[in-house]
Design a protein around this ligand. Structure first.
Ligand code: ADP
Ligand code: ZN
Ligand code: ZN
Length: 751
């Protein structure tokens, strides 16, 4: 075949630590290893001048050497005994790079745990070795000799039996060196162990025995049947809010841990961690490691260390917890799988679901996707049988789904109601306040108001660095939510000089002010990105509300997710339209999700809940289906829309974002890229479709001009192939110097 003449080269990283990821060494692969070596292989290589044998990992294989072939050494051998988890993670990195673009080093950084050099916190205590008979006289001697610190410690040991290291050092005043020296003399012992930082101080384990209901039991049975037959795969757990999905996760995890394996549970964002994690903690206690973005370096270090040492069997966290270095992965659970937070915003812009499918496949583990409102893509795959489908159609406690009502805001306006609250909603709020039942109000917006514009000339105040309007805040400032730019609010228009510049729109602060006006005496809690900036603010607000110390919880998206407040009997959605207006093909889906989730907060206790949806689009299918809590209605309409428009899941999309600090450069680049793509598609009978390349919807962010190219095709591999051919050209072509290219496969929102 002539193949023997070809040579293979392997890029190897020697040490998998974050700092060393960029140091790649190239080796020649001896012919005998050609069949065996692959990306992720652990290999033994000669290293340095002395050719000392070192262990490394193959991150890429090439046909051509990048250096002088004479200077390249041969690989020694393949080490099959290496930690499988590291091989797995390197393969995951290779998957991320290929599917979502970017460099291998970016991909490796994404999957490798940051093992920053944090010292573990030690916990220590001192026990007496001497008998009381021996210690008594010694104490007298020390006191006589004025060894005060030593004597203090010995006295305490005699009184208390055991003294903590910190008390010995700080309270008795004996330096650690002395403690150790006297330990060597056989007077006492100092025992130390790592004190893991407790991410959930004050939580206790609790064994609340829950007997699964018939529907839940059937799911576990199916899991077992499949497992026995050796069938592992992806399962969609579709269950309305409160149907007992979390209990199913807990039961499944118990099976996985009992089989000696580990599980990873992903939760969309920190907003969810507290309440949800509490339930996992109560069931599994110290076996849990939690990973989220707001934890301190020390907490993160501890969590990662405990996973690596096998002390934690259950990892719970946001998106990146997917890469937790667990050794024997048995299951990944993605709760609220439809959530947008599962898509990374930085390169590689991976989706946690697709990546989890890949990782679970490598590990031979199951993947469970749970949601009341699965993404259309996910549900479609479950209908075709690609995923297993588990359904929980009823609320677990027997509580009824809430009764929903749609209020047409145009009618309210016609009838002269200028309030934020419709007659209907207001009447129900008065009723609940009287009955001392709780209310949640949901608004898909933050800040005091939306954009600011001149009523005379229509000029909208925009951020000088981004192509977006500034947002008015009650403290009198205008802020850009893209880059953080802040400026004082001026009533005088900079274009026409009119003194009628004003803020429009509705924000949580404005609703809060209206609540104080229209419901004096009601205790209101506001929860949005502004009030939850501090580390525990989120938890404090929720605690206050669940303790019954407030009547109304007002908030943005973050209040609709997964919180269980049994005495909430009324949920008001103040304006269901704001999410419909995004000009993107997922806006109907997002609106449906938000409305269902919001509605799901009502009536989780023994009283039936009510939902009032205020909207300017009462006839939109997403609003109507949400009011009925009918996923099937929504899916039918949405799927036929996607099929008609050839949007995912009926086709896949690849986005290429082109950024430059120079407007003209960005514009020229998009034209050139378009031409390159069209030329490369010349001979294709079934070419990749291009959707008007041009400026992004937000044409400038942080002074970077942005152009986008969307590519569409039924076959995802065609898009990935195209990217693989395009990427190296874009990176090395002299015409494209200083331009940033970013790919995104199956983007969650259009730019
Ligand atoms: P979901 O995750 O689908 O929103 P949960 O698992 O949180 O649902 O369940 C909703 C409520 O019903 C919780 O308070 C839970 O403790 C309770 N629950 C779930 N399953 C059962 C069961 N089999 N028996 C009794 N209560 C249950
Ligand atoms: Zn003006
Ligand atoms: Zn800005």
């Amino acid at each position: 075949m002539g193949e023997e003449k070809k040579i293979k080269y392997a890029d190897v990283i020697i040490d998998i630590s974050h700092e060393a990821l960029d140091r790649v060494f190239q080796y020649r692969v001896p012919f005998s290893l050609w069949e065996k070596v692959e990306t992720g292989s652990c290999v033994i290589v000669p290293f340095g001048r002395t050719n000392r044998k070192r262990k490394g990992y193959v991150i890429a294989l090439k046909d051509q050497p990048d250096y002088d072939d004479q200077k390249i050494k041969d690989l020694d051998s393949i080490d099959e005994t290496g930690l499988p988890v590291e091989r797995q993670l390197i393969k995951v990195a290779a998957f991320l790079r290929r599917q979502y673009g970017g460099s291998m080093s970016q991909a490796l950084r994404t999957v490798m745990p940051v093992r920053s050099k944090v010292k573990p916190r030690m916990e220590g205590w001192i026990d007496l070795v001497l008998t009381r008979e021996e210690a008594g006289p010694l104490l007298k001697v020390w006191e006589k000799k004025h060894y005060k610190a030593r004597a203090r410690l010995l006295k305490r040991l005699l009184e208390e039996g055991r003294v903590s290291k910190s008390a010995a050092v700080k309270e008795c005043g004996l330096p650690l060196k002395e403690i150790r020296r006297l330990e060597d003399k056989g007077i006492w012992t100092l025992t130390e162990k790592i004190a893991w930082r407790d991410p959930f101080p004050g939580l206790a384990r609790e064994t609340r025995p829950i007997v699964l209901n018939e529907d839940q039991e059937r799911i576990l049975q199916d899991y077992w049947d499949k497992r026995k037959k050796g069938q592992r795969g992806v399962h969609l757990l579709h269950g309305v809010t409160g149907s007992g999905k979390t209990e199913v996760y807990l039961a499944l995890i118990e099976e996985v841990l009992a089989a000696g394996q580990q599980a990873i549970v992903l939760i969309p964002e920190i907003s969810l961690t507290y309440q949800t994690v509490r339930r996992f903690y109560e069931r599994f206690g110290g076996k849990i490691a939690v990973i989220h973005s707001r934890m301190s370096k020390g907490e993160r270090y501890d969590a990662t260390e405990r996973i690596i040492r096998g002390e934690a069997d259950l990892v719970i966290g946001a998106r990146s917890a997917l890469f937790a270095p667990v050794k024997n992965l048995g299951m990944i659970i993605i709760d609220e799988e439809h959530d947008g937070a599962y898509k990374s915003e930085t390169t590689p812009k991976y989706h946690a679901r697709e990546t989890a499918i890949f990782r679970a496949g490598l590990a031979g583990a199951d993947l469970v996707l749970g949601s009341a409102t699965p993404l259309v893509e996910t549900y479609a795959r479950a209908l075709t049988g690609e995923y297993g489908l588990w359904t929980l159609a009823r609320r677990a406690g027997g509580a009824l789904l809430p009764e929903s009502q749609i209020v047409d805001l145009r009618e309210e306006f016609k009838q002269g109601n200028r309030s934020i609250f419709s007659q209907e909603l207001k009447a129900k709020m008065v009723d609940r306040l009287e009955k001392k039942e709780k209310i949640m109000l949901f608004l898909n917006r933050r800040g005091y108001a939306g954009f600011v514009s001149c009523r005379s000339c229509g000029q909208v105040v925009t951020c000088p660095h981004c192509d977006v309007s500034m947002t008015y805040h009650r403290d009198g400032s205008l802020r850009c939510h893209y880059c953080g730019y802040e400026t004082p609010f001026h009533k005088i228009c900079s274009v026409c000089g009119s003194p009628h510049v004003a803020a429009f729109g509705l924000g949580t602060e404005k609703v809060e002010a209206a609540l104080f006006r229209e419901f004096p005496g009601a205790r209101v809690l506001r929860m949005d990105t502004d009030t939850t900036r501090k580390k525990n603010a989120y938890r404090e607000i929720l605690d206050t509300f669940s303790k019954g110390e407030a009547d109304i919880l007002l908030g943005t998206q973050m209040i609709v997710k997964g919180h269980d407040f049994p005495d909430v009997t009324l949920v008001g959605v103040l304006a269901a339209d704001l999410s419909l207006f995004g000009s993107d093909f997922r806006s109907g889906e997002r609106t449906f999700q938000l409305l269902c989730q919001a509605a799901g907060r009502a009536g989780r206790g023994d009283r039936r809940g009510e939902v009032v949806i205020q909207t300017y689009s009462p006839d939109h299918y997403a609003v109507k289906a949400a009011a009925k809590q009918s996923y099937e209605d929504f899916f039918r309409e949405e799927y036929s829309f996607r099929r008609l428009m050839n949007y995912p899941p009926c086709a896949h999309m690849m986005m290429l974002l082109i950024q430059s600090d120079d407007q003209e450069t960005a514009g020229l680049a998009v034209g050139r890229v378009e031409k390159m793509i069209r030329q490369s598609q010349d001979k294709e009978t079934d070419p990749v479709q291009l959707l008007n390349p041009g400026p992004a919807r937000v044409g400038k962010i942080r002074d970077q001009y942005r152009q986008v190219v969307y590519m569409k095709h039924r076959d995802p591999e065609r898009l990935i192939d195209l990217k693989e051919r395009l990427e190296p050209v874009l990176e090395s072509h002299p015409l494209f110097g200083g331009i940033l290219f970013q790919f995104d496969f199956d983007p969650m929102s259009l730019n």
